[in-house]
Design a protein around this ligand. Structure first.
Ligand code: HEM
Length: 403
């Protein structure tokens, strides 16, 4: 049963979330957002069906190969080379499709979502070239340094700008209000472009990588407060005077809860990048709390918001059951919120035990009860997402029955 071991399941989970869950939802939602922001149909839209098929077959094959033990050794970059090449080909094709659509647009302004879309696609095409050559061709400690950059380009130059594409479109659309400040959008975009490229080495603090390079990563990690707080100010500013209808507006509710988690998750990120706090948190579940708060708590929540907005419109019917979907919202939110809390607590406990000289295995035994709670929080997220899917399916079934 080697394929059921943690070393094989974990890369399936990590790559499944990055490419399977978030990216697939994002690419699908771009097919709604981009034509609307450009005022034209997508360039060569028939080609999207081919990309969809290749993308999904490739991910299924990659999952099988990872379970069979293939692994290129870079965290979040474990996919076999053949799968990386296909992923790259699909993303380049998608980049060309989106750029050609933007070029032929009839809407004069280039909306904020489109700046982020162009940036996310171009940066990630380049980052995938690094993934093709990096693991096998970079010697020694440089391999680790480049891996730090690669993994942070996945979260900072793919998932982050892609998530911004979604919230910058779906927040104003779902509450029917313009975005709060164009100037803040500009500051957010350029500060992300300027600071993110330097932060990756904060994954390797206290390593043999040169101290000055680690210090640059730490300073840049602090500076990330600028893009994070400016975009958040823009989202919460957009809500001014419109909080009233939030309770029954599911897409907006997911977007706002995701934004609160973004604030907490990024604050946690900035503090754990400091050498003094890196000591008790590295190699502990504190980091796992951070990664789940940001990737699930923020970006998956934002993507789900987009789906909840688009699906009923595509189905041509209102959401079949608000009650069901609202239960889905609460179970998901409470699940991820309490998961972040319990993982942070057990991470700090483990970290301070390790600093006090405890054996690693003793720390694992101590935090065992916390893992039971964590499992329950995960089940709550599973149940919440399942209810949401059920509500969406019911919407389509009801429409079909009516037809
Ligand atoms: C102000 C923003 C952020 C800062 C300063 C920051 C900082 C950090 C640091 C220092 C670590 C390494 C912790 C360690 O290994 O000890 C880390 C890990 C991680 N961060 Fe962030 N982060 C930020 C935002 C984000 C966002 C927005 C995402 C997701 C899109 C994200 C995803 C992750 C993930 C997945 C890991 C775990 C990587 C691993 O397992 O080794 N972070 N972050």
């Amino acid at each position: 049963m080697a394929w059921l071991t943690f070393g094989r399941l974990r890369p399936v989970h990590v790559n499944g979330v990055i490419w399977g869950a978030f990216s697939t939802l994002f690419i699908g939602l771009c097919h709604w957002v981009v034509p609307r922001l450009c005022g034209v149909r997508l360039w060569r839209e028939g080609g999207s069906w081919v990309l969809l098929a290749v993308w999904n077959v490739n991910l299924a094959a990659a999952a099988g190969l990872l379970l069979a033990g293939h692994n290129r050794g870079w965290e979040a970059g474990e996919l076999p080379l053949g799968n990386v090449l296909v992923l790259f080909a699909v993303l380049v094709a998608l980049t060309v499709q989106m750029l050609m659509t933007i070029r032929r647009r009839t809407e004069t302004p280039l909306y904020v979502s489109l700046w982020y879309l162009i940036a996310a696609l171009v940066w990630t095409d380049a980052n995938l070239v690094l993934l093709m050559v990096g693991p096998d061709h970079l010697p020694g400690i440089n391999n680790a340094a480049w891996h730090g950059l690669f993994i942070h380009y996945i979260v900072g130059l793919w998932i982050t700008p892609a998530g911004y594409v979604l919230i910058y479109y779906f927040l104003p659309a779902s509450i029917r209000a313009p975005i709060y400040s164009h100037r803040l959008s500009l500051i957010g975009f350029w500060s992300l472009a300027f600071f993110y490229p330097f932060v990756g080495i904060h994954h390797y603090l206290y390593s043999p990588i040169a101290d000055w390079a680690e210090t640059i990563a730490i300073v840049s990690s602090m500076m990330l407060i600028v893009p994070v707080w400016t975009v958040l100010q823009n989202f919460f500013g957009t809500m001014i005077g419109r909080w009233g209808g939030l309770g029954r507006n599911l897409p907006a509710k997911f977007l706002i809860v995701g934004s609160v988690m973004y604030l907490i998750g990024c604050f946690q990120g900035s503090v754990q990048a400091l050498r003094s706090l890196q000591e008790p948190t590295h190699f502990t579940d504190f980091v796992v709390a951070h990664s789940h708060l940001t990737i699930f708590g923020t970006f998956i929540m934002w993507a789900v918001a987009g789906v909840l907005y688009v699906w009923p419109k595509l189905a041509g019917a209102p959401l079949a059951s608000f009650r069901l979907a609202n239960w889905g919202f609460w179970l998901t939110t409470l699940g991820i919120g309490s998961m972040a809390l319990v993982l942070s607590a057990q991470g700090l406990l483990q970290g301070f035990m390790l600093m006090g000289g405890a054996e690693f295995v003793d720390t694992v035994v101590t935090i065992r009860p916390y893992w039971w709670v964590r499992t329950l929080t995960g089940l709550s997220m599973d149940a919440g997402l399942s209810l949401l899917v059920l509500a969406l399916m019911k919407t389509s079934w009801r429409r079909r029955a009516a037809a």
